[in-house]
Structures are given as C-alpha cells and as structure tokens.
Design a protein around this ligand. Structure first.
Ligand code: PEP
Ligand code: MG
Length: 754
C-alpha cells in the first residue's frame, strides 16, 4: 500500500467524526471500516484507563459483541497488554503459541491465529490498542504492519478528540474580565513587532470571558423555537466542514483537524441536551446557547491539561457561530474576515484559523508570546504586534484600527493625517511580483564575492515565496511546525508526505531539515502536560528526541525517504556536547541501515550537521569541526544562552543584544574554526535578516545566510551594497571593542554611510 493512498484512506477515518454522536458509535464505525479495508476477520479496539492501568475491549467486529465492556486486561497482560506496555507492535503467525497469550472463554477468538496488536498512543501517553486477527495461514506482512501503524496513529487522534468531550465536566474557576474602553481613551499604542506588515480594518476582540459575557448580557430581540436551534446546528456544522476543507487545502502540512473539536462539541449529546432542556423550559435559544457554552468554558478553563485549556477558544468560537446562525447574521462563515483581531491568548491553531478566515492582523495583548507564534505569523504573512496595554481588549468591536507592524505602532481610530501617511507608505511597498522581478539569480557582494542566500521554511506556504524569489535552497526547515499545530504526533507516513512536498519544490537545490526542536517555548500541547520550572533549559530539542527514540527514528526515516534524490542535509538542534551529536548521528545511521534491510527507497548519504545554539559548543568547536559536515548558527538561542536573557521575555528585551562583544567574538571564533576545516558555516537565526549585522557577518567570513523568504530581496540588496574588505574592516573594528556602546556607535556610523 503506498503511503499517499494510505493517508487518503486514513483521512476517511476523520470523517467518522461527522457521523458519530457517541464514542461507542465512533469506535464501532472505526472497527467496521478498518476490518473491511484490511480484509481482517477481526478488528477490535481496547481503551486504556491510566488510573486502573487496565485495558477494556470497547468495540469489535468479528468477536462476540457481548464481550464489549467485559473483557479487561492489565497493562502487560496477554499480547494486547504487552503491546501497550512495551509500546511496540506485536505480530504473531500463531498467537496461541506465544507464552504471553491469554485465553478468554466466550469471545470466540480461538478461530483466528494470525494476530497483530498495535499500540494506540500519542507520544508516550498510552491510549489503547488496535487488534487485528486473521485465520490460520493468513499472516500479516511487513507492509500490512506499516500501513496499520499509520491507522493506529490516526485513531489516537480521533480517540483523543472523542475523549476530550468525556472530560467536560470538571470544577469551575473565575478569570478577571476586561472593562469597556472608549476609543478616545487610546490613540497610539507602541508595541513590539512579531510579524511585519500593515492593516487598517475594524477591530474584533477575542476574549473568552468577555465575548461570552457579552453574549450572556445581550438582549435578543427575536424569539426563536427549537426548530430554529436544530437548523442553526446544521448550518454551523456545514460551515465548519467547509472551513476545515479550506484550511486543509491551504495549509496541508499543518492543518490537521483544526475544526474537529468544534464539530465534536456540536455533536456532543450532553452539550446539545442541556441547551434543548433550557429551550424546552422557556429560555430563548440564543440565551440557552450562551449559558450552556459559558458553563463549558468555565469547566475547561480550570483543567490541568493544556490541551483542554486550548479548547476553550473552540467552545467560545462555536457559541458565537451558533448564535449568529440562530439569529441569521451568520451568512458569512468567516466571522474574523477583514478584522484586526485583539486577543490575549493565541495558540498556533488559532492563528491558522484566523489566517484561513482572512483576518487582517493580530494584536496580542499582554506579551507572553512564544517565539513559534511569531515565526508562524510570519509564515502566514499575518501582521502581528505585541502590545502591553490591556485597555485594548475593552475597545468596542468595529473600532477602526491601523496596525503598523513594521515598527510596532497601533493607531486606534486614526485621524486623516495618519491615514494619509499610511496610504502613501503603502504605495511604495513592493508586491511579491515586484520583488520577484528585482531579485537576482545570484547573490554577490559589491566586489563580486558569491554569497549563498537560502530560505528558512516553517510551513509549506513559505515555499511559494521562496521559489518565486529564486532562493538557492533551504537552509533551515523547522520541522516542529507540523508537530506543534496538530493534536498529536504526526505519523511517519504523514511526515513523509509533507517532507516530500518540500523536497520536490526545491528541485535538486539543498534542503536542510532540522530535526524536531520541541520543548522550551515550542510546546506540544498534547505532550507537554508536565510543567517544567525552566522549559528553555528542560527536556527539549535534541534531548527530547534522544529520550523519545521511537518518535525520533520515525522522523529520521520520513526525512531519509522523502530526501531520496535530494541534496539532503540533516541537522540537530541544541547540541551541547560531542556525545549529543554522536548519539543523534547514530540514530540516522541506524535508520539508514534498517531502511536498507527493509528494501525501502531512501537517501543513504545525507550531510549531517548541527545547530550552534549553546555556549558549550564554543570551547569544543574544533572537535566538532572534525565530526560534522556543516554548522548552522541559530543566533536566536545562541544569544539567549550566551547572555542568559530569555528571548521571549519582553521585560528583559533591552538585555538581548546580538552585538554584545561576547556574542560577536564567539561568532567570529566559530566561523574561523569552520572555515579553517572546510565546513560550511551558515547563520539561520534572526541576526541573518537584520540588515545592520550583514557587514559584520560577511566580515568574519560567513558566506551562507538563511532567512525567511520575506527578507530575501532586502538581504540580497544589502549584500550587493557591501564589499568584503569594507565588511572585514567593520568586523575588526567591532571585535576590538569591549563595550556595547562603542559597538553601537560603529553600527550607527555604518547606517549613516549606507
Ligand atoms: C535559532 O535559535 O536561532 C534558530 C534558528 O532556531 P529557532 O528560532 O527555531 O529556535
Ligand atoms: Mg533555536
């Protein structure tokens, strides 16, 4: 079975959501479908209860239906329990011969010898087991096993969403709400740029508490009946399905089941019954929707589980859609379209939703932005400013807002003078087509030294601009984005499809995959339940991958397979020691070996490199140079750890200095060591796209820069205006200073002579 086809089939599993109102019905349909597709006589699903450490048979096709709910196994008991305990697939030609086999009278499984048990898990969290059985002589092939492992991983996704509905009834808490703000009270708010761009549009505040309390306080003029409510449900479901399809076609790598939770809540019996009860008791339907939704929000807000808390936005969003459809203002499915969104919480999935609905810009109120949100916003071309002024959340919806996310200004209800200035700036801004016309196929300094200008890719949408602007390849593909936005770890097959698209789009140019950089501020909400005191220095990045070998190997296999004919480079993030690098390299070599033995096409000779992000690398740089094939300096983390300044903390932003003398001297030392041993050293952190630092980087010997596609033209032009002797002189002058203020003076002189 080829993986593209498999994914198509697995996608059908997602559609189970649409037709199921209970978990039982959903699981029944799942076993029915999997059994039919795989031609197995028996397909069963066991779900795991972590408190009891036991598995219960919850659905079956082929075994005695009366055994559902009755057959229970301890973790590790029988082949099924063993598969989950050890988190590995168990495949037997004749199950009854295995010493771990447990016989259950009355379930009639003795007729089926060929046995396959696949753990259903999200990361390291155990959820259940998918069991398939066939008659004697019909054993499972390796291809069957691989295909079914993908099915099991997709099932985990579906079951997780279903289980989240079961957990809806928890204690409540209060959160402060925002006071109303008159537009005149605020004029200009200075914020921090997270993603460049401009917008002038009416405001829409997304504030979980506020929007729901507004709905609760609203006096609905019309009176509606139960029929109207059911009608509104149908219309809302159809709109959400349409949105899901749209987001999937636009952002196929990241947008898995973004609206799944909405649809599940819409089908949830407890939710619907509560509303119906209120309506039957005489409450106007829009009021009933608002009240019941508010109860659910309160419940979710208090959850210890980050995944559950993330769902609060979904409930609020759903309530607004339902009420709009009830009172018939919901003709437009895109409630955020054409608005500047003001909010204090933003998850990656929210950003995708806002982008797919064509919101104009986002103002994130109250700081606390994680770096991946900013990176994602850039990839989605969504202008974003972080503003530390809670009054913004009190603005009435519809207030005109001008967002200048080039310098971080937010104008509330701007006057004609401000607007005129904005429009004249707009006129000189370059379109993508204009940029494509101006960019040169080769990047040269003014004295004709070639510089390799590569693109940083976060989402596949970035590839479009990168290709239009003729980048020389991908210097950094942040593979974590498909992991961050999903509700669980993407399977090898899913990763393979995403990675293949990237490789194909680059047509033989180098493609650098950075292995999963999860943790720190790049939180996987489905995994990072445990609060770490200091996540930036916690179980993250390469440490996470080495600790979760199965996840790491799956990713490496997907990269090697997708990179079959590519100029493939793999680099590891946050390497702190030679040992880290050797262990990570070992996983790649082992994967190459396994793929060769399995006869699966792959790239057996990827270049292996490392990110330089930690100060511990500096003292070992010559040792690393003897081992690695290339270096890529991640200045974002490198500066954070060199200077001990949290890159996401606004209050210490003034201490985050790329031009700190220690940073500059360390960079120079790294580049010198790399160049001396013939190892390419690129810079892929934000410093590479900050024009003022380009002469310094060229001056210390950097010849490869990797930047977000939006910066390609700008950086090419800066390079074209710089000669290597000038750059070397600037770099030497900067390296000779021991005080930041003196380095700033040099940067200033450089800027005025440009
Ligand atoms: C960096 O740290 O500079 C880097 C490129 O990685 P990220 O920004 O994804 O942490
Ligand atoms: Mg980094």
């Amino acid at each position: 079975m080829d993986s593209e086809q498999l994914l198509y089939e697995v996608n059908e599993l997602n559609h189970l959501f649409r037709d199921s109102t209970t978990i039982e019905a959903l699981l029944d349909k799942a076993v029915e479908m999997v059994a039919a597709r795989t031609h197995c006589a028996v397909c069963s699903i066991y779900l795991y209860d972590p408190q009891e450490r036991s598995l219960t048979l919850r659905a079956t096709r082929g075994l005695n239906p009366e055994s559902v709910g009755k057959v229970r196994l301890r973790l590790g008991q029988g082949l099924t329990g063993l598969a989950l305990k050890e988190m590995k697939t168990v495949c037997e030609k004749d199950a009854s011969r295995n010493p771990n086999y447990t016989f259950f009278p009355g379930i009639f499984e003795e007729r089926f010898d060929a046995f396959l048990a696949l753990p259903i898990a999200r990361g390291i969290s155990k959820m259940g087991v998918l069991v398939l059985q066939r008659g004697t002589g019909e054993s499972f092939t390796e291809a069957d096993v691989r295909a079914l492992e993908t099915v099991a991983s997709q099932l985990a996704n579906i079951i997780e969403n279903a289980q989240f509905l079961l957990g809806m009834h928890e204690p409540r808490s209060q959160r402060p709400t925002t006071q109303a703000t008159a537009a005149g009270q605020l004029k200009l708010i200075k914020g921090k740029v997270a993603s460049e761009g401009f917008a002038y549009a009416p405001a829409m505040v997304i504030d979980k508490q506020k929007n729901l309390s507004l709905l609760l306080q609203h006096r609905f003029e019309g009176h509606y009946g139960i029929e109207d409510f059911h009608d509104a449900i149908a219309r809302t479901a159809a709109q959400l399905e349409e949105l899901q399809e749209r987001v999937e076609s636009k952002l196929s790598d990241a947008a898995s089941l973004i609206f799944a939770a909405h649809l599940m809540i819409l089908k949830d019996k407890a939710f619907i019954d509560k509303i119906v009860q209120q309506i039957e008791g005489g409450v106007n339907p829009p009021v009933a929707v608002a009240e019941v939704s508010s109860q659910f929000v309160q419940t979710f807000l208090t959850s210890d589980n980050a995944y559950m808390r993330e769902k609060v936005n979904d409930i609020e969003d759903l309530a607004i859609r339902l009420v709009n459809n009830l009172i018939r203002v919901g003709e437009d499915t895109q409630i955020y379209r054409g608005h500047v969104i003001l909010t204090r919480d933003l998850y990656p999935s929210d950003l995708l939703k806002l982008s797919s609905e064509e919101a104009c810009a986002v103002i994130l109120v109250g700081g606390g932005v994680t770096s991946h949100i900013a990176i994602l916003a850039r990839s989605l071309s969504m202008p974003m400013v972080i503003a530390d002024n809670f009054d913004l959340l009190g603005l009435p919806d519809g207030t005109p807002i001008l967002v200048d996310a080039e310098i971080g200004n937010v104008f509330v209800d701007p006057d004609d003078h401000v607007l005129e200035k904005f429009h004249s700036q707009q006129r000189v801004r370059l379109t993508v087509e204009e940029q494509a016309r101006l960019i040169q196929p080769e990047t040269l300094t003014s004295d004709a030294v070639p510089i390799r200008l590569l693109a940083n890719i976060n989402l596949l949408t970035d590839v479009v601009l990168a290709s239009k602007l003729k980048c020389s390849g991908v210097g950094l593909y942040r593979t974590e984005f498909p992991f961050i936005i999903r509700t669980m770890f993407p399977s090898e097959a899913e990763q393979f499809v995403i990675y293949s698209k990237l490789v194909e789009s680059m047509r033989g140019k180098p493609v650098t995959f950075r292995t999963l950089d999860a943790g720190g501020d790049k939180i996987l909400s489905y995994y990072h339940d445990i609060q770490e005191q200091n996540p930036a220095m916690g179980m993250r990045s390469i440490r996470f991958s080495l600790q979760n070998r199965a996840i790491f190997s799956e990713q490496v296999r997907a990269i090697l397979r997708a990179g079959l004919d590519a100029d493939l480079r793999i680099m590891f993030p946050m390497i702190s020691s030679v040992d880290d690098f050797c262990r990570a390299r070992e996983v790649v070599l082992e994967s190459i070996d396994t793929l060769s033995r399995q006869g699966i096409a792959h790239n057996g000779k990827p270049k292996l490199g490392m990110m330089v992000e930690l100060p511990s690398v500096i003292e070992l740089i010559e040792d690393f140079a003897a081992l690695v094939e290339f270096f890529s300096i991640g200045t974002n983390d490198f500066i954070q750890f060199m200077l001990g300044v949290d890159r996401t903390n606004d209050s210490v932003a003034d201490f985050y200095l790329p031009h700190h003398p220690s940073v500059l001297r360390a960079l120079s030392r790294i580049v010198r060591a790399g160049n001396r041993s013939g190892r390419e050293v690129s810079v892929c952190g934000d410093m590479a796209h900050e024009q003022q630092y380009v002469p310094f980087l060229l001056g210390i010997g950097v010849r490869t820069l990797s930047v977000d596609p939006a910066y390609l033209l700008r950086i090419q032009q800066t390079i074209a205006g710089t000669s290597i002797p000038e750059a070397e002189a600037t770099a030497q002058a900067m390296l000779a200073q021991s005080r930041t203020c003196d380095i700033e003076a040099i940067l200033k002189t450089q800027a005025t002579t440009d």
